[in-house]
Design a protein around this ligand. Structure first.
Ligand SMILES: *Cc1c(COP(=O)(O)O)cnc(C)c1O
Length: 223
């Protein structure tokens, strides 16, 4: 995985240490994840708070850094202080719930604003047009910081077609982050992380390509 990221960085003249792998443990067993931790992977991501609590308990002795990558419901914010980063801040109401929880405990939640630049109805996230005004309001919060953007590429069955459709979405997201003065970019999953790295990702959220041998994207990126 690191070699593929380094090759993608080299193609566009980026420094490979600017890309961090978030290993998404969704649906895996604690033993599978321990194998990754033993190989030196420190940053883990979970999709749902409920699933994360059991996994975090099972792996507590190895003290991984946890990121939340999936949609967060407001009634779950009370569990979220252990997350180093929440990738999925997708509404002002959620930000206000995090702010209230943070104020109660003297805790600052580090977040990424999830954007839906392709404007897909089925996706969480704010539109590119709404992001700037929302960010101004979020910057007034004392217990929530926004450090970057997160996005999900549009779905396509065919892997090659998926990478083609992902690239402009990743590019638009990077340009939006630059406009907004945000540094972190969480984009790219197993099927398209190399495209994401070429387009500026600083965090890639990878599950199946790490845990499965015949995972999507294992053919490498000829894109
Ligand atoms: C599951 C998931 C991933 C990882 O997906 P893979 O295709 O298995 O790499 C990344 N981000 C989010 C939000 C996920 O839910």
């Amino acid at each position: 995985m690191r070699a593929r990221i380094e090759a993608a960085c080299e193609r566009v003249g980026r420094a490979p240490d600017g890309v961090r792998i978030v290993a998404v443990t969704k649906g895996r067993s604690p033993d599978e994840v321990r194998t990754l931790l033993a190989a030196g992977q420190r940053t883990l991501g979970e999709n749902r708070v409920q699933d994360w609590r059991a996994m975090a308990d099972a792996l507590a002795d190895s003290a991984p850094r946890w990121h939340l990558v999936g949609h967060l419901q407001r009634n779950k914010v009370r569990f979220c202080r252990p997350f180093e980063l929440i990738h999925s801040l997708d509404s002002e109401r959620l930000a206000l719930a995090l702010e209230a929880e943070g104020a109660k405990h003297g805790h600052v939640f580090r977040t990424l604003l999830q954007v839906n630049v392709a404007g897909e109805e089925s996706k969480h996230g704010v539109t590119a047009n709404a992001a700037a005004a929302l960010l101004v309001r979020l910057r007034a919060l004392e217990h929530v910081t926004v450090e970057g953007l997160m996005t999900m590429a549009p779905f396509a069955d065919d892997p090659e077609r998926a990478r083609e459709r992902a690239r402009p979405v990743f590019r638009d997201t990077r340009m939006l982050a630059e406009t907004l003065g945000l540094r972190e970019l969480s984009m790219g999953m197993s099927g398209d992380f190399e495209v994401a790295v070429e387009e500026g990702a600083t965090l890639v959220r990878v599950g199946s390509a790490l845990f499965e041998h015949d995972a999507p994207g294992d053919g490498g990126s000829e894109a």
